[in-house]
Design a binder for this molecule. Sequence first.
Ligand code: GDP
Length: 176
Amino acid sequence: PGAAGGRIQQAKLVLLGDQGVGKSSLALRFVRGQFPEHSEATVGAAFLTQTILVQGQSLKFDIWDTAGQERYHSLAPMYYRGAQAAVVVYDINNANTFNRAISWVRELRQQTAVNTVIVLAGNKADLASEHRAVPTEDARVFAEETGLIFAECSAKSGLAVNEMFMMIAHKIVGKH
Ligand code: GDP
């Protein structure tokens, strides 16, 4: 239906996952196009915004990072309440972080609206040739069974990061 009337659609996106998996780095890679070499990342990325154009529509992401609060699980529902999208991040070189991601996905499925876009993001793919601990297939099958978008990505190299956010954007805009 032609021009979108100048209205900017807004979407709350939350990042979840164990400390150290690269949540802040992914957000900063997406928003600034850079990998933050000094890992004061988490402190700097508690809240970021990024506006992109998708299907002729401006979409403004409000990105909520857990800012190191992932230890306080009881705070989590405050983060993901009202979110249109959740990116659950694990480190593909660390199996524990994958198990935690699975429990985050289960919690989100139970606690959020059915149309919440959930992404399973296996980060640090740049290290995988030597250190991989989570087979791609295991994550892919879990994602398929659970109806998630799945990507292996790297905040460091930039691999698949923009593509992942674009997939989310298409899903969100496509719904309206
Ligand atoms: P958070 O606690 O989940 O927000 O994780 P951070 O974004 O603070 O990253 C934790 C550490 O992992 C930092 O030292 C980052 O530089 C590093 N890191 C994050 N993403 C990547 C990645 O894709 N590849 C590699 N090699 N290191 C990463």
